[in-house]
Design a binder for this molecule. Sequence first.
Ligand code: NAD
Length: 416
Amino acid sequence: MATSDLSMLEGAIASVDEAVAGLNLRDDMRDVLIEPWREIAAGLPITMDDGSRKVFHSFRTQHSAARGPYKGGIRFHPNADREHTQALSMLMTWKSALVDIPFGGAKGGVMVDPRSLSDHEHQLIARRYIMSMHHILGVNRDIPAPDLGTNAQTMAWMMDAYGALNGYERGIVTGKPVELGGSYGRDDAPGRGAALVGDMTARDAGMRVDGMSVVVQGYGAVGSAAARTIEGLGAKVIAASDAYGGLFNSSGLDVNALHEHVRRGNPVPEFEEGDKIDNSDLLELQCDMLIPAAIENVITTANAPQIKAKIIVEAANQPLTTEADEMLNDMGVIIVPDILANAGGVIVSYFEWAQNIQAFRWQLDRVNEELSRFLQDGYDVVLERAQSRGLTMRSAAYEVAVARVAEAIEVRGFLS
Ligand code: NAD
């Protein structure tokens, strides 16, 4: 990150402050909106495969339950410290409110590089995390899900650990394997949603996704699904990357074959059908749509002027710093904000939770149909506000979300 750029938490707060001002909310409401309702830190002692012992720092921030139980993923990443977790928990609150699902916001983090762990070590950390946090979790209290560095298998271990302590509870995590009550379509939902909202945005801007050139940074759960979905809508994915580097192919990558290659545990740059490119050059490629789907703050004041995309779809959480966002807006780039672009994940998590409570399963067609409907509603409300008040999509999305959370806080009687 360029040194003059705001940190992730500062950026998250700046977006809320702008909405608070736009909505003329009181200062005491602003404080309730920003301050997390509860935070927990825990050291997780683990015996590693080589017999050594390590303690991993971990966190759970429960930002707000004004509109429903806390909800948010658990991230395994070296930078997943308290401040990051707090910033990400806040985004979850706005995301759930924006797409109007009955959840609040939370986030978990374990400061570890998942690439350095064996499956056994990953499982030990997942179970120890639940042992330390289970008393604040619950199907009507706080429901974790996967995020960067965690996946359906992590959720299975977490669900099992929670059940051993509290009794079997299907809806305690979402994003779990289908065999354990996971929802069809959950894995692909955030990336699929990003592609669908990208398509809605392009159409309203007078462009067509059919034939567009698209660049995707990050080829994990979100990036891969975004690439496969947008390709299915007729776009050409000319470059993709992961933490090891990227690949460029002006004729378009075979995104399904690349998905299989990555799923088998291989790095993106080792796929044979393209030229190697590093992550920073990839972001600056000539393209119609850029989908950052890896980590935060990858577009800063340092590289924003070199970005050539016409549309940026924030599939990752906060991939742009606040200052980069302003620069790109001035350059005329359309930016689809994360709280809308990747809301597909929490929407299908909501479907999963609702299916679990009813002990019932929806078929994939129904999941995808309902996902499209929720995203279209979220998109429409953002567009309408952006147009009627002359705001960017981000400012409009924040105003809608913050207003809904503030209203819930008010009627609960928090400030009386
Ligand atoms: P993941 O772990 O499945 O994949 C992350 C991908 O990013 C991998 O390909 C990884 O190699 C790559 N990556 C990591 N560091 C990188 C770097 N410095 N440069 C380039 N690539 C890098 O994670 P995910 O679940 O796909 O999450 C990606 C983003 O989407 C995160 O910001 C996450 O918070 C957000 N998100 C995830 C979900 C979800 O349900 N999984 C939902 C909404 C938002």
